[in-house]
Ligand binder design. Structure first.
Ligand code: G3H
Length: 250
């Protein structure tokens, strides 16, 4: 399982750089603009320059409306700024067809510019609270749009977590559907260390985290701490080892 950490700017990206041995992807976002809030192009560029070259930089394009042209152009902006993982939160899409249309535009805009870029179609575990496409529709949306991964995060950061909205068995189904479609499965949403055993067992490819590696577990007031990133990673590795040793894993 890969560890994706979401700094809110250059200062926190430097904290990620200090913990670079313990994480896999640095995901630039602007949490005060929403769950997948987009940051400025110059911030993405500066972060690309600040983290080790072998660590991919991801950028969120926002909790986007159903406006395919607007979103495609924003996604290209993130790619031009140096992000090679482009994450789109399909907040304003109420049907799978709308979501596919948005993601097709993103895939074309990004891959015409950079064919090896990795496009992530993200929905929300708490879609029922905001009226967007349902979580289990995401793998098919990602497949039919030519995206590389399907993701779930939580839209409303009120202390509820991924598994509060999509129970582990349904997350397992999400992962299976993504894998059957040839995609990676990414899961996030106030994930804590105690969720790692289940996330490992269901075959999650990427876990996305912010709050759990911020001081006091506070994704807004706390700052990312390299020590907490290292501890989170150690816990991931422990679960990976334990799971690999169980008969179910073979
Ligand atoms: O992409 C991952 C998100 O930043 C998760 O943030 P969170 O762990 O605070 O919910």
């Amino acid at each position: 399982m890969l560890l994706l950490i979401s700094p809110d700017g250059v200062e926190e990206a430097l904290a990620c750089a200090k913990a670079a041995d313990h994480l896999d992807i640095v995901d630039v976002k602007k949490p005060d603009e929403g769950s997948l809030g987009a940051n400025f192009p110059w911030v993405i560029r500066e972060i690309r320059g600040a983290v080790p070259a072998d660590k991919p930089v991801s950028a969120t394009v926002g909790d986007v409306p159903y406006k395919p042209g607007t979103v495609a152009q924003a996604a290209l902006g993130a790619a031009v700024s140096g992000a090679t993982y482009i994450k789109v939160g399909l907040y304003g899409c109420t049907t799978p067809d709308q979501a596919i249309e948005v993601m097709r535009g993103v895939v074309r805009a990004v891959k015409d510019f950079r064919p090896d870029a990795f496009v992530v179609a993200s929905g929300y575990a708490d879609a029922h609270r905001i009226g967007c496409v349902s979580p289990l529709a995401l793998p098919d949306i990602a497949r039919r749009s030519g995206s590389d991964a399907a993701m779930l995060d939580t839209a409303i950061k009120d202390g509820t977590r991924l598994f509060d909205h999509v129970p582990p068995e349904a997350c397992g189904e999400f992962v299976r559907l993504a894998h059957d479609a040839g995609l990676l499965a990414a899961l996030a949403g106030s994930v804590k260390r105690e969720d790692l055993a289940l996330l490992t067992r269901i075959g999650t490819d990427i876990v996305g985290v912010r709050g759990a590696v911020c001081e006091g577990g506070d994704r807004n007031a706390g700052r990312i701490q390299p020590r907490l990133v290292a501890e989170f990673r150690a816990e991931m590795d422990r679960h990976a080892r334990e799971y690999a040793a169980t008969p179910a894993a073979s």
